[in-house]
Design a protein around this ligand. Structure first.
Ligand SMILES: Nc1ncnc2c1ncn2[C@@H]1O[C@H](COP(=O)(O)OP(=O)(O)OP(=O)(O)O)[C@@H](O)[C@H]1O
Ligand SMILES: [Mg+2]
Length: 259
């Protein structure tokens, strides 16, 4: 279930390159946190450290600590595969397995965890996950058709269903609506508002309206120049970030003066 994420003085590297420096942030359960900031400031890089996906990239490593309900994700003996089961991720471009059926797409992660899923349990999990992702009614009569046959917005909700089918504690979403039309975007935003009852959600977005609509807290990241590390500049209630930020750069960014 929903968990707290505490990050303590995290540095994120690609080999020698320090991409993100000194991030400390405390993210509460059952909240939506938006990461905003100009391109290249390290939002995706930092997000990927929250489920150890960063280390999949050759040379990718971190210094500092990430605690999920007090447990250090980077502690000795912690299995990154297990971490990713508890901290799910949804990417910018919907990435279902295109030839795999809708049903099997939903079950893809769950099958890795439990090889002996019975037909009845699988059916129940498919329905529950698709209901949770607000997609069930649209696909219930074609569960055996390929995932690639869905619209972009449906595919993104299918990926959300796949992510929640493994019952994660945290959902990370990197610009989940950037490839979607306004109606699909609205559907995803509605869904995020519902999912926060069960999950800790972190979403990266370039859309300021979206950040103010869906998030409780907003973290503004910035970069001092090319080759410099990205930093967390300001983190506060979303309303405060958008109406009364403390730092001038935050104000300039949210009012559209740069980025
Ligand atoms: N796989 C990689 N190898 C090396 N450097 C990388 C890699 N991915 C990102 N970087 C670098 O890390 C820095 C942060 O990039 P990142 O993609 O995290 O930014 P971002 O804030 O998500 O940008 P955008 O808004 O454009 O998605 C950039 O300087 C980028 O070039
Ligand atoms: Mg990014």
């Amino acid at each position: 279930m929903s968990k707290r994420i505490e990050v303590e003085d995290l540095n994120v590297y690609y080999s020698d390159f320090l991409a993100v420096e000194g991030v400390s942030i405390d993210i509460q359960p059952r909240t939506v946190t938006a990461f905003i900031g100009p391109s290249g400031c390290g939002k995706s890089t930092f997000l990927r450290t929250l489920n150890r996906m960063h280390e999949v990239i050759p040379g990718g490593h971190v210094k500092g600590r990430v605690l999920v309900d007090g447990d250090d994700l980077y502690g000795p003996g912690v299995d990154p595969v297990l971490v990713r089961r508890h901290v799910g991720m949804v990417f910018q471009r919907p990435n279902p397995f295109p030839t795999m059926s809708i049903r099997e797409n939903v079950l893809a992660g769950a099958r890795l965890n439990n090889k002996r899923l019975s037909k009845g349990d699988a059916d129940a999990l498919v329905e529950k996950s698709l209901q949770g992702a607000n997609l069930w009614n649209e696909v219930k009569d074609r569960l055996d058709k390929p995932g690639g046959g869905l619209s972009g917005g449906q595919q993104q909700r299918l990926c959300i269903a796949r992510a929640i089918a493994v019952s994660p504690d945290v959902l990370l979403m990197d610009e989940p609506c950037s490839a979607l039309d306004p109606i699909s975007t609205f559907a995803i935003e509605e869904l995020i508002s519902e999912l926060k009852n069960d999950y800790t959600i972190v979403i990266v977005t370039h859309n300021m309206q979206q950040a103010s609509r869906v998030s409780d807290k907003t973290a503004f990241f910035n970069i001092a120049g090319t080759g410099k590390p990205g930093k967390l500049i300001e983190y506060n209630d979303t309303a405060t970030i958008f109406t009364a930020p403390t730092v001038q750069a935050t104000e300039d960014y949210v009012s559209g003066r740069f980025g």
